[in-house]
Ligand binder design. Structure first.
Ligand SMILES: C[S@@+](CC[C@H](N)C(=O)[O-])C[C@H]1O[C@@H](n2cnc3c(N)ncnc32)[C@H](O)[C@@H]1O
Length: 331
């Protein structure tokens, strides 16, 4: 006989997949990765530092070892390289708040069988509701994901040395692209279009970094609000997945018109291979959009290329990032 016989291990882990969300979210809530980073390396020590029970600390550490986020050797614990890079508090890339937020979303999955039957959310969709408070909780939690991506895009486009450029960020959320790029280029200016309460969050965060005088907000629905014109760079990050084909093509066309000739559109999203065989994160993220939007999904490279061409862009390139998202540059 050849090959390994099937076992139930992986299916048991998947059926209990919510354990992973719960253990990661709980570890983030108790700053476990931050304590390990600071030198705590035993369950007793963690219990004392985090103010949790010793039984709870040991159970959390066991779960984190199982998930590959913590390593154990001779009874001493330390963060895995991924946890050290992306889960220690105080770093702009820290995904701890995102992990906590996802733990609060777990209950929504109970609706998935009905949502799959209906092909759309059961109640009011999240993304189609104006000024939805959902975004206020989400945008600061997801900003960490875009920190490395904004840095890569700046590098590719040479934004630090580009002089007096003008940037438009549609659905800019926490303002992470504007903040990153304005810090890199002291002559650049940025405009963000988003719902008013979200723009207020971004304006506060940019003011805290001394960037308020070069940051302008346009409040409103990006389907209907005028983008303005003459921008050198436009950004559309983690938005295309909440929109359907028709709206994406329309928005890409309006972004093309808002850019000066030769300007660049920077898209960032979870992009699926053309044969829908991967990558794993974008494939599975489609369920999130089925639960939360009427027309969203995770779109293929061919979809982006086709829609951007239809909108008037002639040069489209894809660039992987150190995250599940792919950058798309269109000129
Ligand atoms: C998933 S977040 C992305 C934030 C940011 N671009 C990033 O990559 O971190 C989506 C953003 O789009 C905004 N948004 C969603 N629908 C919108 C609409 N119809 N008009 C204006 N803003 C909208 C939300 O308020 C939120 O800030």
């Amino acid at each position: 006989m050849t090959g390994t016989p099937p076992t139930s291990e992986r299916i048991m882990m998947l059926a209990n997949g919510y354990w992973a969300t719960g253990i990661l979210g709980t570890a983030a809530s108790h700053a476990v990765f931050t304590h390990l980073d600071a030198g705590t390396d035993t369950a007793d020590g963690l219990a004392a530092r985090a103010g949790i029970s010793e039984r709870g600390a040991q159970t959390l550490l066991d779960g984190l070892v199982s998930l590959g986020l913590v390593e154990v050797r001779d009874g001493r614990y330390r963060n895995s390289p991924d946890a050290a890079a992306y889960l220690v508090e105080g770093r702009p890339e820290c995904l701890g708040d995102f992990a906590k937020l996802k733990m609060a979303h777990m209950g929504a999955l109970a609706d998935l069988p009905e949502v799959v039957r209906a092909g759309r959310p059961l109640t009011d969709a999240v993304v189609e509701v104006a000024d939805n408070p959902h975004w206020e909780r989400l945008v600061t939690a997801i900003a960490a994901q875009s920190v490395p991506v904004a840095a890569i895009a700046a590098d590719v486009l040479g934004l630090a040395d580009a002089g007096e450029i003008s940037i438009l960020d549609v659905g800019g959320g926490s303002g992470v692209y504007s903040a990153t790029w304005l810090r890199l280029n002291p002559a650049a200016r940025a405009t963000q279009l988003d719902w008013r309460p979200i723009n207020a969050i971004a304006a506060r965060l940019l003011a805290e970094q001394g960037l308020a005088d070069r940051f302008t907000c346009l409040d409103g629905d990006f389907h209907t609000t005028d983008f303005g014109s003459g921008y050198d760079v436009a950004v559309y990050s983690h938005i295309a997945h909440q929109e359907g084909q028709e709206d994406n093509v329309d928005i890409f066309g309006r972004l093309r018109d808002a850019l000066r000739p030769g300007g660049t559109l920077v898209l960032n999203d979870y992009v699926v291979d053309d044969d829908r065989s991967g990558p794993p994160f974008p494939l599975i993220f489609g369920s999130e959009m089925l639960l939360k939007s009427k027309h969203g999904g995770t779109w293929r490279r061919a979809d982006y290329r086709g829609w951007l061409t239809k909108a008037g862009f002639t040069d489209v390139t894809f660039q992987p990032t150190a995250s599940p998202a792919t950058l798309v540059f269109a000129r």
